[in-house]
Design a binder for this molecule. Sequence first.
Ligand SMILES: Nc1ncnc2c1ncn2[C@@H]1O[C@H](COP(=O)(O)OP(=O)(O)OP(=O)(O)O)[C@@H](O)[C@H]1O
Ligand SMILES: [Mg+2]
Length: 344
Amino acid sequence: MKAALIHNLKPPVKNPGLPADYYSECDSPKTVAAIAAALKKAGYDVLLVEGDKNLPRWLSENPIDFAFNITEGFIGDSREARVPALLELMEIPCTGSGVMTLALAMDKTRSKQIFRQTGVPTPNYQLFTRADEAVDASLKYPLIVKPNAEGSAKGISAKSVVRDEAALREQVRQMLETYKQEALVEEYIEGLELTVGILGDQPLPILEVDFSGCGDSGEYFYSWRMKEFQGNQQMHLDPKFFCPARLSDQATRAVQAVAVKAANALGARDISRVDIRLSSDGIPYVLEINALPGLDPEESNFPIIARAAGISYETLIQRLAQMALARAANELSEITLKEEKLGR
Ligand SMILES: Nc1ncnc2c1ncn2[C@@H]1O[C@H](COP(=O)(O)OP(=O)(O)OP(=O)(O)O)[C@@H](O)[C@H]1O
Ligand SMILES: [Mg+2]
């Protein structure tokens, strides 16, 4: 069986004209090789291909049975949804969430509106399209300023947390200028950093990330530098991971339930990771859903969580492929049944 591993490879050299975090959403050769190896081990023939504008031609010239997609794309707020949309059009089975979920999850504000409507706690917020907009007086400082539609904590540093209106406006101004998109301003939730991996419809053990030993780095939450240089002891960017999180059984169940509710609210399927801050008064605030969570075999949160749940990296990758193929087989049999009923 032929599989295409569709990705956006990280360029070997950075372009000094672009922000340092420009390529952070791209895939490292290590991740691509690890996924390919896991698929090969399960007996699939694996072809590697870039998820760029040449993909439609490539797909029409290279027949495949399914696609393992990790493409996050570059520009535009529907960028994660483009490859799955193309595959859907070409009736090629694909791993992971569908088009609508990938587009929605990329947009933090729209995701938050849905969380609100479904009773999922999420920090109070305001979306800025200009730096001089009136500030919602009900928002309580400290606030955090983030790009509305990015991942990998792009644009997020200790400086993103602001304590007064002047600092807020300056951060919003910089955000609009550098990232060319709306700035999402949220109440900053003090508390525990948690992330919940969901595989199929099951939440895995909660991962707690503890930044208390990272003080000398100047960073104290999961900022871009913390993610980009994770594990670098010299830079003091060496957070501790606890999986399962150090929570009571009751709190664990409550956090997992909120995570599943959030993932269902956006219609996520197969794999997703829900980022949560658990406030000191016990409210699990959902920050966002990662519908294409990072799959670096050693460093990414999801594989760390899977390992703690006794699921090896190979098994994780193979299960994702199986889920895509099973879904395609189901859809096909549903269509056949309908056609039979219609006597075609
Ligand atoms: N409202 C908030 N309160 C407290 N911390 C926050 C808040 N928003 C973001 N953070 C911190 O910044 C980190 C990154 O934020 P967020 O998950 O929204 O960005 P992202 O770019 O989508 O991240 P990624 O895709 O890498 O998971 C969070 O994991 C958390 O540590
Ligand atoms: Mg996140």
